[in-house]
Structure formats: C-alpha cells, structure tokens
Design a binder for this molecule. Structure first.
Ligand code: FAD
Length: 309
C-alpha cells in the first residue's frame, strides 16, 4: 500500500487502522508475520465504504474473526486484514416471541451464548468453547458433538466487494462440512438464528456440560487452531494420526498434542514454518501407513518468509 492509499483508508474507516500489525496477536496459534494493515469495521455502512475502495485500488483483503482457524505464514499478509467490531458485535431479538435473534458477525461465540442464556434460547450450546466469532463460525459452518451452526441459521447478511448488501435466506445458503459457499470477497456482516425457547438455567447447564466435555478431551490451555485436518469420510483424523504413533512429535516449537492428535500446539516460539513442516510430516506418514490423504481444515494464508521485499 502506498502513502496515498494509507491516508485514504484512515479517512474512510470509522474504526482503528493499524499499519504493519503483527498477526501473532490476532491468531490463536500465536504465529505469523505482520499484515500491511488491520482495519476495524464498526458497522455495515463502514464495510460498504471500505470494500469498494479496496476493490477500486486493487488492494487484497481478508476478513478475520478471532483467527482461531487460521495459520498465517511467517511473511505476513499483503493488503488489509478486516476485523469487525462496534455494531457488528451486537445481538438483537427479531421475532416478537424472541425466538429469532440477529447477531453481528464480530460478536464472539462466547457472547452469543451468554445472550442466548439470558434470553432463554436453546440450540447453539454445542458451540461452547469454540473461540471464534459468529462470522467465522458461520463461514466455517463450525460444528461439534454431532451438530453444526448451519442447521440453526435462518439468514445471513453479506456485504459484497462492490459494497452491495444482500440478505440470503436459509433456502439460498449452501452449508457443507466446515464451509459455507459464498461469493469470493463477500463478508458476512450478521446472521439470524431461529432457536428454541428454554429456561436460562437449562441453557446454562447444557453450556457447562459441553465445556466440560471439551476440556476433558482438548488441550485448551495451549495455543492452537483447533483441529488441523478434516475428518476423512467415516473416520477421524485424530485416530489416524494417533495410530501412526505421531502424538507428541515435535518440530521447533510446534508439537502434535498428546491430548488430542488432531491438534498441533504452539509450545512456545513456534513459527508458521514449524507448523507447516509438522503438517507435511503428518500427511506423509498417514498416507504411507493408511493410504489416506488428509485434507486441511485450518486455512493457511499469507506469504512465506522469504517472499517479502
Ligand atoms: C481450542 C480450539 C477449539 C476449536 N474447536 C472447534 C470445534 O469444536 N468445531 C469447529 O468447527 N471449530 C473449532 N475450532 C476452530 C475455530 O474456532 C472455528 O472454525 C471458528 O468458527 C473460527 O472462527 P473465527 O472467528 O476465529 O474465524 P477465523 O479463524 O478468523 O477465520 C476462519 C475463516 O473464516 C473467514 N471469516 C471469518 N469471519 C468472516 C466473516 N465475517 N465473513 C466471511 N468470512 C469470514 C476467514 O476469512 C477465514 O477464512 C477450534 C479452535 C480452537 C483454537
């Protein structure tokens, strides 16, 4: 980005803009180089101004939530990383009986669940402990314990790169395993959910139950991005990795968790290159021992280290 583009971005965006911003602070893996810019969008109008500007200037952009499913390479991100805050982190009731809610895409999953508990709305408790945002969870069709967020979504509001706003209702949304099919460059600004009336106490109990199950099976105290690989049809990536004897294997600061073999954890000082080498090694070993090609669930973005000028 040149100086004029930076000045213009500062003028257009209502929220904070940070240049040369470290992605280690914005990802749960705690690795990755710097982004040219990180720009906070505070409401839909803000997005409708920022995206056409970036499109016009041919500046690449990437929207992120909590970076909990992302591996940012060590060379960082060229272009603008967009994060959602302000009005895009709010929740409101839609139906008169209060069973339908609209949640801003920047709202954390944890706050979404607090909102559901307060309003006595059940359905999304299985998401408890997923450290992302509503936008990231919908974009990834986050799932756990046999349920997926896509099953509860009624509508999604998208801002397209040209600044146009589209509300897609359920019949037009194509969710699949850990994915929602949306136009390239479109940003989820908010999502509507149809939920079930329940007492706040029962919702709270279910949330605690799911959190307990998660804590007993996942290394949540370590920096990670959750499951690294997608589960192959009718099997579990974690089972295949464990069977290949890879639990505890380490490259630099990156280690295959000895609690959950589909988690790679940053034991301190890991680089994205360490994690990528470990990923290659897992894939190669699992392919050799089982004939199964593991596919990545995490999204790998950014430049390799030596690509920066
Ligand atoms: C300890 C731990 C446990 C986890 N457990 C689970 C689990 O049980 N189930 C599960 O499914 N996942 C799990 N995850 C992975 C991750 O938390 C989820 O995928 C989460 O939904 C990602 O949300 P995020 O906001 O962090 O998205 P990010 O990681 O920031 O982004 C993920 C992708 O979504 C896109 N995206 C983000 N926001 C938007 C938006 N507003 N509009 C359009 N695209 C967007 C990004 O560009 C990126 O491609 C876990 C991760 C950790 C660290």
């Amino acid at each position: 980005m040149d100086a004029r583009q930076k000045t213009e971005l500062l003028r257009i965006a209502a929220g904070r803009v940070e240049f040369d911003s470290p992605m280690t602070r914005r990802t749960t893996f705690r690795v990755g180089g710097n982004a040219d810019a990180v720009c906070e969008a505070k409401d839909i109008e803000d997005l409708c101004r920022i995206l056409p500007f970036l499109l016009e200037e041919k500046i690449p952009y990437l929207v992120i939530g909590r970076g909990s499913n992302l591996l940012v390479r060590d060379g960082g991100i060229r272009g603008v990383v967009i994060v959602l805050s302000g009005n895009l982190g709010r929740i409101e009731c839609k139906e008169p009986d209060g069973s339908e809610i609209l949640a801003g895409a920047g709202l954390s999953v944890a706050d979404l669940l607090i909102g559901c508990r307060k309003r006595g709305l059940s359905g999304l408790e299985f998401l408890a402990g997923i450290p992302g945002t509503v936008g990231g969870a919908v974009a990834m069709n986050a799932g756990a314990f046999g349920d997926e967020i896509g099953a509860w979504v009624r509508e999604v509001t998208l801002v397209h790169p040209n600044g146009e706003l589209h509300v897609m209702d359920r019949s037009r949304l194509r969710f699949s395993y850990r994915a929602l099919d949306i136009q390239k460059g479109a940003i989820i600004a908010r999502a509507g959910f149809r939920l079930i009336r329940e007492t706040g106490r029962i919702v709270a109990e279910r949330i605690s139950g799911y959190l307990w199950r998660r804590k007993s099976s996942q290394p949540i105290e370590d920096a990670s991005a959750g499951s690294v690989f997608r589960n192959p049809p009718s099997d579990y990536a974690g089972r295949l990795i464990e069977q290949a004897g890879l639990k505890g294997k380490r490259i630099g600061g990156a280690m295959i968790s000895d609690r959950h073999a589909n988690f790679i954890v940053n034991k301190g000082g890991a680089t994205a290159a360490d994690i990528l080498s470990l990923i290659d090694s897992v894939r190669e070993t699992v392919m050799r021992t089982t004939g199964i090609q593991l596919k990545l669930e995490i999204h790998v973005v950014g430049d390799p280290f030596n690509a920066q000028p």
